[in-house]
Design a binder for this molecule. Sequence first.
Ligand SMILES: [Zn+2]
Length: 495
Amino acid sequence: MGLRLYNTMSGKTEEFTPLGDTVKIYTCGLTVQSEPHVGHIRAAMVRDTLMRWLGYLGYRVVALENFTDVDDKIIEKQKEYNKDWRMIAQDNIDTYLRACDQLNIMRATFYPRASQHMEEIINLVVQLIDKGFAYEKKGDVYFRVRKFPEYGKLSKKSIDDLMSGARIAPTESKDDPLDFALWKAAKPGEPYWLSPWGKGRPGWHVECSAMSMRYLGETFDIHTGGEDLIFPHHENELAQSLAATGKPFARFWLHNGWVTLTGEKMSKSTGHYSPIKDVLAKYSANVIRMFMLKTHYRKQLAYDDERLDEARAALMTIRTYIDNAANKYGEMEEILEPMMLDTFTEAMNDDLNTSRALSVIYELIKRSYKEDDFKIAASVNYYYSLLGFTREIESVIEPYKDVMEVVREVEEKLKSAGRSEILKEICAGFHDRIINIKHVNELYSQIIALLLDIRMKLRDEKNYELADYIRQRLLDNNIIVDDTSDGSTFRSGTV
Ligand SMILES: [Zn+2]
């Protein structure tokens, strides 16, 4: 069976085949009034996973991700900071793209901006008025929801339910509380564009319909975005598009779960969020990727340090294994027939089940303890890259500090046992081993190897108490020592 994706529209997991020879994807991107947070990165990471997997399956992909750079909130910021809205937008776009690059998130093919597509937006609004789906009132234009019987199909809401909570704000001149703005008349001092209805700017929803149609056509394959966008944003996008063209809009709607912080949804508008730059200052790109891929994209994801530390430990297991294997076998070329490919493919084809795909990697690492095989190492390395992880140097500063602490404890214990010369003896050789080390990853491994040498010496002297102490302290730090007839080896212990 091929790729299956959960479609919010049908509420089912459906077999995916593209309409044409290229898969066309539209992702609702950032409203650029403030800096991006972990929630935005998750949406981009889902697009990245989808693009990588479609690429692996042999599809060509065109992906669009928009920037909402004209919006009430950006206009408020312009007043607050006394800074032009274009500068505010550009700063936040730069921060976002830099973070995505740092995180090895594949770039979309194109990042259209609302402010650069006024002609398409205005044409779409004119079309909707001509067809009777929209009306103008005092320079504003509204979509007439009751004219569109299918409204609510995506979010599974009925017009009657919506009616009970709907109100008309004093600033709005719409006929029906359900109607939503396609175009807003400009107030004094606000940015504006000229239109058949006077000076104004577009509402939020209409830009995504106009820009997706401009670049992907009236019907395209996959629409992605956070689940918080289902209503009203995607429902409105769908209504406008169907009303204007009469043709199907997105064939698949993929929605990722929220990211929560202390149990609540991360959100820019409430100020309850972790900016991505703060997270990147603390954790590496691979750790953040592991944190996200460990959980299926449709589930909610709780952001907290404990979860990220777990992700780091999970990553270190793979990294320690790959780094050790690279030392042993040299650099690993791409492998033609990786092991457990069917299981890995089945997991990814099952609505991009990355957590199950990761378990294939751990299964292979487990096997490597029993059978020593280059093919296992090459397969692990292959899946690791396929999921977008990089072989860049990890920041192992925290784990490094932890093993250095163990060295200090052992030093103390040797001193009080009157055996300080063991340390001197072994450290003499240690200097030769570390002199050519290029990065901290390797130093970390060498310090553990040093502790194992001390342990071996203590065992030779039948000082089992201190030897076992070293083994236990390493285990406390997630490092498992395996004793073989050829000596001791170690591995990261989260498998
Ligand atoms: Zn959108």
